[in-house]
Write a protein that binds this ligand. Structure first.
Ligand code: PHE
Length: 336
């Protein structure tokens, strides 16, 4: 009896077919109601007790072999049927391509422009401590200019906050590196501001920093002019005196957008000029905070909001659109 099962096992192993009828016959022969397996099981009673264990195991092996074989043949036949029926010369199903988010498009473009003149990208944490976001940037505790950037503090630790600008990354970089340095710090920033079409509590910035010997305000101006020419195709800029605690002197940069269309009139309020970023020469006090010798080195810094630039480039009128994930808006950037 045991040898008979062994022989059947070999038969099962050797069976092969892609013909559906043959496979069905094989199934009936072994696992059908009156099939071999049931037949053997019926004889189980007559098996002497001491052989029952081995016998049982053998039947199980046979049963499993039949099931595995049927399963294997079934998938083989479905794939061969597919193969027969499919027209392999037919074009495939179109797969939809995603699109890049406009903020990323603009960010990458800005990085590309500055990379071409030697700037590298530096990264830092979004949850910052007071030192890197404020104090080291010449904004000590109780400095009134802290109010320029309404801050989200971390409730459980008064020393922690969500960074209000990526200038914090520049402090981290200056602490860890020696001049000369040329870096860009792109990233998300947070300010406790009311959400409207023009401002949001989360937005993106790119800031730049260049420290070396003999860096002058003229270098800053030329770099910015190179940037506006590359990005907007507009080379006419003006620098208006301004104030930032970490730069001295400080300026706002306006680019001459022109007055060629009604939109130009609207977005420039009839002046032709648009403010695009803040900048200035790094304050010696900031250099001292990060142990850079201010007698030997000087540098400039600038910072801009990516949303603002993107709104100008793509003529978008509401900053909230960047955060709503509306496919109708995102899909328009597919080819860019
Ligand atoms: N950190 C400033 C801001 O967030 C921007 C800035 C950067 C201004 C560098 C001057 C120099 O508003």
């Amino acid at each position: 009896m045991l040898e008979k099962i062994d022989a059947l096992l070999v038969e099962v192993e050797n069976f092969s077919s892609i013909n559906k009828d043959e496979i069905e016959q094989f199934r009936i022969k072994f696992s059908g109601k009156k099939g071999i397996i049931n037949d053997i099981l019926a004889q189980f009673k007559q098996v002497p007790n001491e052989q029952k264990k081995e016998f049982g195991q053998k039947i199980n092996t046979l049963k499993q072999a039949v099931e595995a074989k049927l399963e294997g043949l079934k998938s083989a036949t479905t794939s061969s049927i597919l193969f027969e029926k499919d027209d392999l010369t037919k074009p495939g199903f179109p797969s939809e391509l995603g699109s890049r988010h406009p903020i990323n498009l603009v960010k990458n473009r800005i990085i590309e422009i500055f990379r071409s003149i030697g700037f590298a990208v530096a990264d830092g944490p979004e949850i910052e401590d007071d030192w890197h976001n404020f104090t080291a940037l010449n904004l000590p505790e109780y400095h009134p200019a802290r109010d320029m950037q309404d801050t989200f503090f971390i409730e459980t630790n008064p020393d922690l906050l969500l960074r209000t600008h990526t200038s914090s990354v520049q402090i981290r970089y200056m602490e860890e590196n020696e001049p000369p340095m040329r870096i860009l710090s792109p990233g998300r920033v947070f300010r406790n501001e009311a959400i409207s079409s023009r401002s949001h509590c989360i937005f993106h910035q790119i800031e730049g920093l260049y420290i070396d010997q003999n860096v002058s305000f003229a270098d800053l101006k030329q770099t910015i002019q190179f940037f506006t020419t590359e990005l907007f195709g507009k080379s006419k800029i003006r620098l208006r005196p301004s104030y930032f605690p970490f730069t001295e002197p400080s300026a706002e940069v306006d680019v001459y957008w022109g007055l060629n269309s009604e939109t130009d009139y609207r977005i420039t309020k009839g002046t032709g000029w648009l403010e695009i970023m803040g900048c200035g020469m790094v304050d010696p006090a900031v250099l001292a905070n990060v142990n850079i010798d201010a007698d030997k080195y000087s540098g400039y810094a600038f910072g801009m909001g990516i949303e603002r630039i993107a709104m100008l480039m793509y003529q978008m009128s509401d900053i909230r659109m960047f955060f709503e994930n509306d496919k109708r808006m995102l899909e328009q950037f597919k080819t860019l």
